[in-house]
Design a protein around this ligand. Structure first.
Ligand SMILES: [Zn+2]
Length: 336
């Protein structure tokens, strides 16, 4: 179970299993939790949603997450220097600076045409993109990286642990593109805990939070401009720990690291709509709609420090509970 991350190719599957199964207090409860989590995964794989449901709900579920027409999103200018250019279910963001831009995540085929079109549509010269940062080594995040590296000429950034995953995935079937072989980017820039990525007015700090994958990362220090205002943003930061005692201990460390980042005002999600762990107050698409209707003087719908703080605290509480349950299991195993 510790090696679960090696066999999952999707964030959704791993998140469902780890959340509920790891909380279980004993073997019986764990089996029940695993069964329930498997049912959630199965429901996602084959699930039917009402045509009246909003697109951001429909776009998560099974076949919809593989359908180009459903995934099509217009680009959104979220801040003066930040654009959402990704498809519906997984997010690609472009952060611009006077010295070039940074692309965060790449989605996967068959959605790369859409990302390239959206980048052009918002007036960004692809060759101005200097870095492509990959959140982690699952195909829904890195799958578009090879093409987008060719499109932009950018350096591709990931942790060494997840470069290994990405390399191992090359040639394997792409689950959302008719099982065509996956083209993986060549190993390029490696980043580790505490590394800095500086470009223009952006001084970003990379943090690793192993669990969801061995080299899952989040990025601190995005400076987001909204007219005369600037806000502090964070990209990524979900995922928790991994199954087992060591994974649970790491989960607490990850959550503590996340809580140590102070003054976060904007959370840039890697997935727009994160049911059943949705971002309270709305994911990207809900907030983007509010942004469209924003009147002069209205607050910016993506600026929501209270929700971020609550989310970070909840992640730490959950991680501590998971660890306590794992420790209790260890104690029970030693009893006669
Ligand atoms: Zn993932």
């Amino acid at each position: 179970m510790r090696k679960f991350w090696m066999v999952t190719t999707s964030c959704l599957m791993a998140a469902s299993f780890m959340g509920s199964a790891a909380l279980a207090q004993n073997a019986e409860a764990e089996a029940a939790a695993a069964k329930a989590a498997a049912a959630v995964v199965a429901a996602r794989a084959t699930g039917q949603v009402s045509p009246n449901d909003p697109q951001e709900k429909r776009c998560w579920i099974g076949p919809q997450s593989r359908t180009v027409e459903i995934q099509k999103m217009e680009p959104v200018k979220v801040f003066d220097n930040l654009y959402h250019v990704g498809p519906c279910f997984v997010s690609a963001w472009v952060l611009t600076t006077p010295q070039g831009a940074i692309l965060f995540d790449t989605a996967q085929e068959p959605f790369v045409d859409m990302i390239e079109a959206n980048i052009k549509k918002v007036g960004i010269n692809p060759r101005d993109i200097k870095y492509i940062v990959l959140n982690h080594g699952h195909i829904d995040h890195f799958g578009g990286a090879k093409r987008l590296q060719e499109f932009t000429g950018a350096r591709v950034v990931a942790t060494p642990e997840d470069w290994k995953m990405i390399e191992a995935f090359a040639g394997k079937p792409n689950n959302r593109d008719g099982n065509k072989p996956t083209e993986a980017p060549k190993r390029d820039m490696e980043v580790r805990e505490g590394d800095h990525l500086d470009l223009g007015d952006q001084h970003l700090v990379i943090h690793t939070s192993p669990g969801h994958t061995p080299g899952n990362l989040f990025v601190e220090g995005l400076v987001l401009h909204d007219g005369a205002q600037t806000y502090k943003g964070i990209w990524g930061g979900g995922g928790g720990g991994a199954p087992g005692l060591a994974g649970a201990e790491q989960g607490v460390k990850n959550a503590e690291k996340l809580n140590a980042v102070k003054g976060v005002q904007v959370y840039l999600q890697t997935h727009a709509w994160q049911d059943p762990d949705g971002y309270p107050g709305g994911g990207i698409h809900e907030r983007a709609k509010k942004l469209t209707n924003r009147k002069p003087g209205d607050p910016h719908p993506f600026v929501d420090p209270a929700t971020w703080d609550a989310r970070a605290k909840a992640q730490l509480e959950t991680a501590k509970k998971v660890l306590a349950a794992e420790q209790a299991k260890g104690g029970a195993a030693k009893a006669p």
